[in-house]
Design a protein around this ligand. Structure first.
Ligand SMILES: [Zn+2]
Length: 374
């Protein structure tokens, strides 16, 4: 035992702390480890006295990217069959080695076994790892089945809702409308996912249920007006086709009072909608305010149209400089969990792995201003 420790001292770095066993008390200094695992195990058979060191060593190999050695140590531990360390526990460790090595199929096989045999705590670990594997393989159907069978892991309903959404996207061209509706309804029922509502509205639109689609968009905006940048265009289009632009404008006007995004004002000012003058004739104060912010070309154009020609002529040369600040070119998406930003809207943050945490930077700013004001 003491000989094993003294050899380990040379190999294991100070920074390394085993999950079960603190190794830093030995002040190991690792430069390289070239030894053969089976030689080690032959020389120093695994026993109750050194078992924790072997676990720590395997974990160290895994962290260093030496996955074959990690697997060998774990397999030796499994063979040793010591009290206090169940086969399921070690199987899960080996699955983690394979997962870290990117050998997902093999990891999965082991996890299926671990999930069936293990106690509750280990099952949960096996479940989480398996779900991560299915997500990285984009096997959404099995991911959904897994969660339905064993419960929700991590970020709760939001994660499950997004698994359903991914699944719907994947099979959108293959499955019948009613089958797709059934899946998306499950996501919707969780009541936490804007993306599920977006998808439900898209499906309703495809199935020519325009009134339904419009009401889904409304509900979504009432719940979270920061999603206006995603909803505005399809909702306006639907309302045009559906012949309900007046009610659309009324709704948007109310929403603007709650969430004064210039995107909404742009739409209200648009010529197509101003046919009903009563909706827009009291927006001049809003136009003045938004003009100061300098976010919107439509607002500027609307204001300019009412100015004498001398003002118009003095503003025109400034247009190229002003354009840079207009929302169309200046807005991007920001993760509210980790600060990651992306030009394209994505539902899963690639940096922190959270679902639905990216928002339009501009709409977030509007919300913050409102909060400060109250
Ligand atoms: Zn993030």
């Amino acid at each position: 035992m003491s000989k094993l420790l003294s050899i380990l001292k040379r190999y294991i770095p100070e920074r390394f702390r085993g999950r079960r066993f603190l190794l830093d008390q030995y002040h190991f200094d690792l430069t390289s480890f070239e030894g053969d695992v089976s030689d080690w195990v032959n020389k120093f058979p695994i026993s109750q006295q050194n078992v924790e060191i072997y676990f720590a060593l395997a974990e160290l190999f895994r962290r260093r990217g030496e996955f074959d050695k990690a697997v060998s140590v774990h397999e030796a531990l499994a063979k040793a069959n010591l009290e206090g360390h169940s086969l399921s526990e070690i199987t899960l460790e080996i699955a983690q080695d394979y997962y870290a090595a990117g050998v997902l199929g093999h990891a999965e096989e082991l996890l299926v076994r671990a999930l069936e045999d293990a106690d509750e705590g280990l099952s949960r670990q096996a479940f989480r790892l398996w779900l991560a594997i299915l997500e990285s393989e984009q096997d959404w159907q099995r991911a959904v089945e897994l969660v339905e069978q064993y419960g929700i892991a991590g970020s709760g309903g939001l994660r499950l809702a997004n698994l359903y959404c991914e699944y719907v996207q994947q099979v959108r061209r293959q499955k019948s409308a009613s089958a797709l509706n059934k899946i998306i309804r499950k996501a919707s029922r969780l009541g936490v996912s804007a993306r599920a509502e977006m998808l439900a509205a898209e499906l309703a639109t495809e199935q020519n249920q325009l009134g339904l689609a419009i009401s889904i968009y409304r509900e979504l905006l009432l719940k979270d007006p920061r999603r206006i940048n995603l909803v505005l265009v399809p909702m306006r289009h639907l309302s045009t086709v559906h012949g309900s632009l007046d009610s659309f404008s009324r709704f948007m006007k109310q929403l603007y009072r709650r969430h004064p995004s210039v995107r909404i004002l742009d739409v209200l000012l648009d010529q197509n909608l101003t046919s009903n003058q009563t909706l827009t004739d009291d927006l001049d104060t809003d136009v003045e305010k938004q003009l100061q912010e300098g976010d919107s070309e439509s607002v500027l154009q609307y204001w300019l149209a009412k100015q004498p020609s001398v003002v118009k002529e003095s503003i025109l040369p400034l247009m190229p400089a002003l354009k840079k600040n207009f929302l169309d070119s200046a807005d991007d998406h920001l993760c509210i969990e980790c600060g990651f930003h992306s030009e394209k809207m994505v539902w899963l943050c690639p940096q922190c792995g959270s679902w639905e945490t990216l928002y339009s930077r501009y709409e977030l700013k509007i919300e913050q201003k409102l909060k400060k004001a109250t």
